[in-house]
Design a binder for this molecule. Structure first.
Ligand code: NDP
Length: 256
C-alpha cells in the first residue's frame, strides 16, 4: 500500500536535536521516495548536518533547513512569508520546539526563565500555528492539514520545582483542545502527543549545560529514546484522514 505521507510537506520545529531530529529521520525513513521536510531550529549548522544525513539514505526527500527562533513572532512571520515556492504547501506542522530552564521553587524562579519558557513553549507554538493555518485553509478543496503539538506529561501532572514548565505545557494542552474543537467541522486535524521521560538534550538545557546533573534525572527509570516518540508522531500523521490521534500519552513502562 502506498504511504499516505507520499508527496507531503512536513514542517518540524526544534529539529536540531532530540525528538524533533528523530522525527525528521523517521519521516524520511518511512517515505524516502517523495517527501519534503522543512527543518527549523536556532542551530542552523546542526540542521544542515541532519539534511546531509537524510540525503545519504533518502534521495527522494527534499530538505529545507531554516534557522528559526519560534519565540520571535517577527521571525515566525518572515519565515512563513518567505518559504520557497516548492515548500509553501505545508501539509503537516509538528510543533516540537520547547525547553525547560532551571529547577526552582516558584517564589525564586528567575523572571527571564519564565519569559523564555512561555515564549518558546506557548507563544511560539501558537505563533507557528497561526502562521500555518491559513495555508491549510486556503486549499482549493476547502482546507486540510495536520497540526501535531508535542506537549508533555508535565502538562497533566505537575511536579515541585517545575511549576512554570508544567504550566506552559498545561497551556499547550488547553490551546490544542480548544483549537481542535474550533476546527471540528473542517478537515484539519489537531493532535497532541505527550511524552514522559525521554533522554535528549532537554535535561542538559534544564541544568544550563551540566551533563552530570542532567543524567541524574533518569536514575531509576529507563527513559524513552527520542525515536520512540518520533514513531508515534509519524504514526499519527500517517493515519487516514478520518482518524485523529487526538491525545496520546507516551511514557516509559516503569515511569510512575
Ligand atoms: P531537545 O533539547 O533535544 O530539543 C529541543 C529542540 O527545541 C531543539 O531542537 C532546540 O533547537 C529547539 N528549540 C528550543 N528553543 C527554541 C526556540 N526558541 N526556537 C526554535 N527552536 C527551539 O529536547 P527534546 O527533544 O526532549 O524536546 C522536544 C519537545 O519534547 C519539547 O517541546 C519538550 O518540552 C518535549 N518533551 C520532552 C521530554 C523529555 O523528557 N525530553 C518529555 C516531555 C516533553 P535549538 O537549540 O537549535 O533552537
Amino acid at each position: 500500500m502506498a504511504s499516505r505521507l507520499r508527496g507531503k510537506t512536513i514542517l518540524i520545529t526544534g529539529a536540531s536535536s532530540g525528538i524533533g531530529k528523530s522525527t525528521a529521520l523517521e519521516f524520511a525513513r518511512t517515505q524516502p521516495d517523495d517527501l519534503k521536510l522543512i527543518l527549523t531550529a536556532r542551530r542552523l549548522d546542526t540542521l544542515k548536518e541532519l539534511a546531509a544525513e537524510i540525503a545519504q539514505f533518502a534521495q527522494g526527500v527534499k530538505v529545507l533547513p531554516v534557522k528559526l527562533d519560534v519565540s520571535s513572532p517577527e521571525e515566525v512571520g518572515a519565515f512563513v512569508g518567505n518559504l520557497p515556492e516548492e515548500f509553501k504547501g505545508v501539509d503537516v506542522l509538528v510543533n516540537n520546539a520547547g525547553l525547560v530552564k532551571g529547577v526552582a521553587q516558584a517564589p525564586s524562579i528567575a523572571p527571564a526563565d519564565i519569559t523564555t519558557m512561555f515564549a518558546t513553549n506557548v507563544t511560539g507554538l501558537i505563533a507557528m500555528t497561526q502562521a500555518i493555518l491559513p495555508i491549510f485553509q486556503a486549499r482549493a478543496d476547502g482546507g486540510h492539514g495536520d497540526i501535531i503539538n508535542i506537549g508533555s506529561i508535565a502538562g497533566r501532572e505537575s511536579y515541585p520545582g517545575g511549576s512554570i514548565y508544567c504550566a506552559s505545557k498545561a497551556a499547550v494542552r488547553s490551546f490544542t483542545d480548544a483549537l481542535r474543537r474550533e476546527l471540528i467541522a473542517s478537515r484539519i486535524r489537531v493532535m497532541e502527543i505527550d511524552p514522559g521521560q525521554v533522554e535528549t538534550e532537554f535535561s542538559v538545557v534544564r541544568f544550563g549545560g551540566d551533563a552530570e546533573k542532567a543524567k541524574k534525572v533518569y536514575e531509576g527509570v529507563e527513559p524513552l529514546t527520542p525515536e520512540d516518540v518520533a514513531e508515534v508522531v509519524v504514526f499519527a500523521a500517517g493515519r487516514r484522514e478520518n482518524v485523529v490521534v487526538a491525545d496520546a500519552l507516551v511514557f516509559p513502562n516503569h515511569q510512575a
